[in-house]
Write a protein that binds this ligand. Structure first.
Ligand SMILES: Cc1cc2nc3c(=O)[nH]c(=O)nc-3n(C[C@H](O)[C@H](O)[C@H](O)COP(=O)(O)OP(=O)(O)OC[C@H]3O[C@@H](n4cnc5c(N)ncnc54)[C@H](O)[C@@H]3O)c2cc1C
Ligand code: FES
Length: 510
């Protein structure tokens, strides 16, 4: 079994290495974040002759991009029937076109730039296992057709278990997103762009020009800044319209089980996603799902993995499990991503709210952002505009999210999950009250205890321990911190405030 932090893509990755920013720099466009969104935007801009600089906290591709499941689809998590009813049929049609264009662009870039990212065309199937989901599937077939995508209702899908109804969409895609990003980052530098790793951005001043501060000191001055950080860092009004979720993935060797190469989803509200991938002649089955809101406390954080393993056993038989990982994604309140100029911003752009279709949306975002920055008209800019506010489309989820923010803000201040620091097991973290103060306490594998304020440095909610990923997760806007408090995922840009570090001898219970 691989470590929980290694995805099937990251374990084989040949990460290119880029320097850390050590001196002040000027660029036309600064891009914060070296995931699929940031690197594809950098590539498209560099191709247009724009001087770009990418600033990445850790390594290129080390964010969610390296922990996806590699599908590229025109289908939407939010469903075309939802988009057509909440926006319009025309919007649904344009979104379908933009998703198709994004898949075509990945295919073309792989071919033209000779990037070996295992891109393949393959069919996608949604399926209903339960009679009660059949009507929903049929409605989606109708809406998908109206959006201009040719699809086909079927009585079965090519999986080794029976289903009530299936829906097929041809010409979808699968690729190794990490290898794509690796390949593309080399092209960015060949085109004159600059990429800096281990360069954590701590502040973005959206003036003319923009001034971007980094943790190590150097500043970047640029006419435009793109926050390609999956969710915008620091405060941004769209954070009130985003719902952060964790999703879980389990991989098994599929030897002896002939599972036709395709993308599969069931029709549950938080669906299971199924696909296959081959590495060095070994076939793997990839199954994901069991999503829940970030920072939601569960009795046992490993339960989502166990449920996925049980799903594999019940649907595919006893297979050898090889990988497990989880990562975060963001739902937008109205079902469409927010891509474009930041609300109330001048030269700052954002791209977020991709749901589980973020690989396709990252590439769609790169085309919109590179056009906006270079003042080229793009029909999708209006549809994905972050400043849109569709009250009808957003109302219910939004009200729920904001009420939940207030509830968590107050309630979590009083909660603890261990009575005493000595009760925190090795390799685990707990909220503990110490001398009247609520602290986030992590005991590392060497028995050293790290004590931090549990107050998220974004907007002051209280973080919760995530035992599956060994991180502190904020339930309010999805910020996440390493076990020792450094930022793992924005919006926060600053680490949890250290309380003190105590040696193991000081903490033993007599
Ligand atoms: C388990 C799982 C499976 C998924 N599978 C699929 C799939 O099969 N198909 C699909 O379409 N979508 C999938 N998604 C969604 C998709 O993976 C993401 O939406 C997509 O990868 C987002 O790419 P990104 O470049 O915007 O963000 P990221 O890949 O997260 O990149 C953001 C980068 O910004 C950097 N960064 C953050 N803050 C700072 C800072 N302050 N300074 C400098 N750098 C910073 C981070 O280090 C990171 O590298 C999945 C999501 C999950 C959780
Ligand atoms: S992520 Fe916003 S308060 Fe923590």
């Amino acid at each position: 079994m691989q470590s929980k932090n290694a995805s099937i893509w990251t374990e084989k990755a040949q990460f290119p290495s880029f320097p850390t920013l050590n001196n002040d720099l000027q660029a036309e466009v600064a891009i914060v974040g070296g995931g699929l969104t940031g690197i594809t935007t950098a590539y498209l801009l560099a191709k247009k002759g724009v001087k770009v600089a990418v600033l990445e906290s850790e390594k290129v591709g080390s964010g969610t991009t390296g922990f996806s499941t590699g599908h590229l689809t025109s289908w939407l998590d939010a469903d075309y029937s939802f988009i057509a009813s909440r926006f319009s049929k025309e919007t649904a049609r344009l979104v379908a076109q933009s998703m198709n264009n994004a898949i075509n662009l990945v295919e073309n870039i792989c071919r033209q730039e000779n990037i070996d990212a295992d891109f393949v065309r393959l069919p996608a199937y949604q399926f209903a296992e339960d009679e009660s989901q059949v009507k929903e599937l049929e409605d989606e077939a109708f809406a998908t057709t109206e959006a201009g995508l040719i699809n086909q209702l079927m009585d079965s899908v090519p999986l080794p278990f029976s289903v009530k109804r299936g829906l097929k969409l041809e010409e979808q895609g699968e690729f190794n997103a990490l290898r794509f990003v690796e390949g593309l980052s080399q092209k960015v530098t060949q085109l004159g762009g600059q990429i800096f790793e281990q360069t954590h951005v701590t502040d973005v001043d959206d003036s003319s020009p923009c001034v971007i501060s980094t943790k190590n000191g150097p500043k970047v001055t640029a006419q435009h800044v793109v926050l390609a950080t999956h969710t915008p860092i620091q405060f941004n009004i769209v954070q009130t319209e985003l719902l952060p979720y964790m999703s879980y993935v389990v991989v098994a060797k599929s030897n002896g089980r002939a599972i036709p190469k395709a993308l599969y989803w069931d029709t549950l509200e938080f669906y299971h996603y199924i696909r296959t991938y081959e590495v060095d002649g070994q076939s793997y089955l990839i199954v994901g799902g069991e999503d829940h809101k970030v920072g939601e406390r569960s009795v046992d954080e490993h339960e989502p993995f166990r449920k996925l393993e049980e799903y594999i056993r019940s649907h595919f038989g006893n297979l050898e499990i090889t990988h497990r990982w989880s990562a975060e994604y963001f739902y937008s309140a109205d079902g469409l991503p927010y891509i474009g100029r930041s609300p109330f911003g001048r030269n700052k752009y954002i791209a977020t709210g991709y749901t589980g279709d973020g690989l396709t949306f990252s590439v769609a975002a790169a085309t919109v952002l590179s056009d906006l920055v270079t003042e080229v008209k793009n029909p999708m800019a209006r549809i994905y505009d972050p400043a849109r506010f569709n009250l009808l489309a957003s109302a219910t989820d939004l009200a729920e999210q904001n009420l939940e923010f207030l509830y968590k803000f107050v309630k979590d201040r009083f909660s603890t999950d261990a009575k005493d620091v000595a009760d925190v097991p090795r390799g685990e973290g707990r909220l503990v009250r110490v001398e009247g103060r609520q602290l986030a306490v992590y005991r590392d594998e060497k028995d050293t205890v790290h004590m931090m304020s549990p107050v998220c440095t974004h907007m002051h909610c209280v973080v919760q321990w995530n035992g599956a990923e060994k991180s502190w997760d904020c339930p309010c806007h999805g910020g996440r911190f390493h076990a020792t408090g450094e930022v793992l995922v924005g919006p926060p840009v600053k680490a949890l405030v250290k309380h003190e570090i105590l040696a193991k001898d000081q903490l033993r219970k007599e």
